[in-house]
Each structure stands twice: as structure tokens, then as C-alpha cells.
Design a protein around this ligand. Structure first.
Ligand code: TXA
Ligand code: MG
Length: 461
């Protein structure tokens, strides 16, 4: 007699979490037509080991278990989006509030049709966006077929957020399982999003004595994520005349604007066509609204996010004040000299018995702030005295915000002591250099910092 399969999940059941390695280079797709593919199939003729590994994970998903997998933005915690029991496991494993809806990931356009009403036809704006940005870091809200997409995935909303990831491993997993996958970021709720498999392992397993108790059976390791911040979430269904950026993300607002402009789909541009919309960015030119923020329709607004244990403070120059105030709301605080600002934080920060306070600095290599804080020791990025010890985590060059995006969550986790490298002490305080420009992925970075930082410090330098 076949053994009854145990489909229970955390916390009723724990797993010996296995990390499966799959390299993107070993994945081959067969797609019909041009991207975004109408139908995408995984080619097994390529690397047998890779497709075998993907099959193991796909089988677990079909048995309603959770699998964490890499995407180009951040790691996702996936479950069969059409099975309410499976989707509920995501909320439990993350400790996620049950009124925060999940994004559904698809590998091709055929899968989209399994989520929306039979009569649904995408608007010209949506058609243009899918054409330009799928597969990629863009989530679009669609009207949901409420009979097919379980309420737990949508949190009772009439819409469903859908994304076609470009990461070959993510897409292979979706294609092999033939299941749309509900997947939020694979961090424990409130923690920085994971950009490596090790981050997921950190949040999803506990060491009990000698045993490792995991909340899921498999984590697929496909290397570090390239984008590093989550997808841009767009709502073009609530108001047919507007395209709302609910969450800035991996795809910049200017890129969206430029595609719509080219197709005469931006209302403010003369000669625009009848399906044209206004593009509005929530919290920037779409006024923040307390009522909305208490509802889960505005991603990430209601809950505190991305917080490491350390206190995170945003350092803002006078040049960066306008952007920071646009995102954080205007503040009356006067700028203070850098040295003074840091000493006041250092003297007031609780030490927990440490004589020398470990301070993390996340800053750009070529910024004025970095040269002031690390005048001699730019090679080791250390600067110590009797009361504090600065440890720097590079966010790359001022010229490449993409690099800052890719490194942002990694930096918060590393300085917070997650890597547990011998001799590396966790920082009680982390200063992060604010951007002065919100171009490209800059807006997404500042949005994440708004949620990670407990306070803002305006400094003169
Ligand atoms: O890049 C990403 O989007 C990653 C990867 C794994 O794909 N996923 C991700 O999921 O960031 P999550 O759950 O951490 O963030 C999804 C956000 C949530 O804040 C949620 O409020 C919003 O999208 N969302 C999902 N469905 C929605 C809906 N129907 N209406 C409004 N917001 C929705
Ligand atoms: Mg998240």
C-alpha cells in the first residue's frame, strides 16, 4: 500500500531543509513566438542534472509544499497559487499578516489566462507594458477570476498581482510544475528581503540543539539576485484613466513613462490615443492617504519593513534634502555638522556592555561622505577610536544606483551580523547614505530605506 503523504507544513511539521543548486546557465527554454512567450517549456535535453533538480522541487510544489527560489529581484517563497492550503503555508512560514496579498508568478501568457476572467482583454497600456517589461521586475494588478484564484492569495481583494520573472531558474520551476506560484519575498516578515539562498536559510530555519528545523523542504540556490530590490507594482485597473505605481521597484518610472510615451499612451502628451493614462507614483505625486495605508492595497505601507535588529539612521546631505523630504515627508530639522551628528548618536546609543560601539556605514565609494568618514583607511574601510568602530559596506559608485540596489539588503543583513563570520561583531547602529537622485532604481532604494530607517539625520558636509 502506498504511504500516505504528509502534506502538513510549519508549524505542525518541520523539515530538514535541503539547498538545491541550479545554475541559470544550465536552463534552456522552448518558447513559442517572441517574449513574453505564449507558452514556455523547459527543455530537458540540456542539463539533465539541472532539470532533475528542478523536477524534485516542482514535485514538492505539486504536493502543496513550499519551495524558495531565486528571481532576478529577490528570493521568493513559493507555493501553488491555485491551492488555498498551500498558499496559507506561506503566511505561516513568514509570519506574514494575513491581509497582505501575494504576487502570483507565471512562466508564460497561457498561465495568465488561468488567473483572470475568461472575457478579460488587456488594455492597450497593459499590452504595451507586458510587451516591454515581461519577463522582468514588473508586477501588474489584474482583475482576478475569483473562482480560480483563492481568496487567501488575494486577501479577499478583487485583483491579483501577477509577474513573469526573467530569472531562468524561477521560470523553469514554474514551467516544470505547470503551476502559477504565489511567492512573496522569502524573508521572515519585517526583515530585509533575501538576495541569496543563505539569507533565506537564515530566516527559514532554526538550530535546535544539533537539529536543524526548517519551515520548508527545499531552497533552490541560483546565486545572488541581480536586481536586489523587489518588482515595481503597478495598478492599472482601479481607475482606467490612471496607471498607479503602488511600489517603486526594479523597473524605473522613467522607463515606464518612455514606453508609454512612444506608444502615445500617456495622457499629458499631445496627440495621445484614446486608451492613454496618467502615470502617478504613490507617495510622490499621488498623495499618501491614511485610509489607503491601513488597507493592504498599497504594498508595504501598512507594515514596518526591511528592519534589521540594528537601529538604522539615514544620513542626508543638504543636496539630498528635497528628495528625502519628498519621500519621508517634510521635516523641520536643521542640518548639523557631520562630526557632531555622529557623536550625539554614539553617546546616546545603548551599548549593551560594549565599550566600543560597532557602527555600520553603508555608503557610496566615491561620495564625499565616504571620504570624510574614511580619510586614511579607504582600503580596509575601518575607522576606529575609543568609543566607536566604523565598519563600511560599499553600495558601489554614485554613478551606478543599480549596484546600490543590488547590495542594499545584503548590506543591512551583513552589518546586522547575519553572516556570523568569526570575529565580526554585529553593529548596533547602521548609518546609510541617502541618495540625492531618484532616477532609475533610485526611487525604489529610497522607498526601501524609508521603511528600514528609524530616523533621518540631516548633516552638513
Ligand atoms: O520582486 C518581487 O515582487 C518579489 C519576488 C519574489 O517576485 N516579491 C515580493 O512579494 O516582493 P512581497 O509579497 O514581498 O510584496 C508584494 C507586494 C505586497 O506588498 C502586496 O501588498 C502587493 O505586492 N500586492 C500583491 N497583490 C496585490 C493586490 N492584489 N493589490 C494590491 N497590492 C498587492
Ligand atoms: Mg516582501
Amino acid at each position: 500500500m502506498a504511504r500516505q503523504e504528509d502534506k502538513r507544513g510549519y508549524p505542525e511539521r518541520m523539515f530538514p531543509t535541503t539547498i538545491l543548486h541550479v545554475s541559470s546557465a544550465s536552463i534552456r527554454f522552448k518558447g513559442i513566438g517572441k517574449e513574453p512567450f505564449e507558452e514556455a517549456r523547459l527543455e530537458h535535453a540540456g542539463d539533465l542534472k539541472a532539470s532533475g533538480t528542478i523536477e524534485i522541487a516542482a514535485a514538492a510544489l505539486r504536493s502543496s509544499h513550499l519551495v524558495a527560489f531565486p528571481t532576478e529581484t529577490v528570493y521568493g517563497l513559493g507555493a501553488n497559487a491555485l491551492d488555498p492550503d498551500a498558499a496559507l503555508k506561506i503566511f505561516k512560514a513568514k509570519g506574514r499578516p494575513v491581509d497582505n496579498p501575494l504576487i502570483v508568478h507565471i512562466s508564460d501568457l497561457q498561465m495568465l489566462r488561468r488567473l483572470v476572467p475568461d472575457t478579460y482583454q488587456p488594455s492597450p497600456v497593459y499590452a504595451a507594458l507586458m510587451d516591454a517589461f515581461w519577463p522582468g521586475a514588473m508586477t501588474l494588478l489584474f482583475p482576478a477570476d475569483e473562482m480560480k484564484v483563492p481568496s487567501v492569495v488575494r486577501c479577499g481583494l478583487k485583483t491579483v498581482g501577477v509577474r513573469m520573472p526573467s530569472h531562468p531558474v524561477a521560470r523553469a520551476l514554474i514551467a516544470a510544475s505547470r503551476l502559477p506560484l504565489a511567492a512573496p519575498s522569502a524573508n521572515a516578515s519585517g526583515r530585509p528581503s533575501p538576495t541569496t539562498a543563505a539569507h533565506v536559510y537564515q530566516d527559514m530555519t532554526t538550530i535546535k540543539g544539533k537539529e536543524i528545523e526548517g519551515r520548508l523542504p527545499y531552497i533552490i540556490d541560483g546565486g545572488p539576485c541581480q536586481v536586489g530590490v523587489e518588482s515595481t507594482v503597478l495598478d492599472g485597473v482601479t481607475d482606467a484613466k490612471e496607471l498607479r505605481v503602488l511600489r517603486p521597484g526594479g523597473i524605473g518610472v522613467e522607463d515606464i513613462e518612455s514606453v508609454l510615451k512612444d506608444k502615445s499612451l500617456l495622457e499629458e502628451v499631445e496627440g495621445s490615443s484614446s486608451g492613454a493614462v496618467r502615470l502617478r507614483v504613490y507617495g510622490k505625486d499621488l498623495k499618501r492617504d491614511k485610509k489607503d495605508e491601513d488597507h493592504p492595497t498599497t504594498p508595504g505601507m501598512k507594515y514596518r519593513h526591511y528592519s534589521p535588529d540594528a537601529e538604522v539612521v539615514l544620513l542626508v546631505s543638504e543636496k539630498g534634502r528635497a528628495l528625502t523630504e519628498a519621500i519621508f515627508g517634510s521635516q523641520d530639522s536643521k542640518a548639523v555638522p557631520l562630526g557632531e551628528a555622529i557623536s550625539s548618536y554614539v553617546s546616546e546609543h545603548p551599548r549593551a556592555g560594549q565599550k566600543i560601539l560597532q557602527i555600520g556605514i553603508m555608503s557610496m565609494d566615491d561620495s564625499h561622505l565616504t571620504s570624510l568618514l574614511f580619510p586614511q583607511d579607504s582600503a580596509t574601510n575601518r575607522n576606529s577610536n575609543d568609543t566607536y568602530d566604523f565598519r563600511r559596506f560599499s553600495l558601489g559608485s554614485l554613478k551606478t544606483p543599480e549596484q546600490a540596489a543590488q547590495r542594499l539588503f545584503e548590506g543591512l543583513r551583513t552589518l546586522d551580523g547575519d553572516d556570523q563570520v568569526k570575529g565580526v561583531r554585529r553593529c548596533g547602529l547602521i548609518f546609510v547614505e541617502a541618495l540625492e537622485d531618484d532616477a532609475k532604481v533610485g526611487l525604489a532604494i529610497m522607498n526601501r530605506l524609508q521603511k528600514a530607517a528609524g530616523s533621518v539625520l540631516y548633516v552638513q558636509y
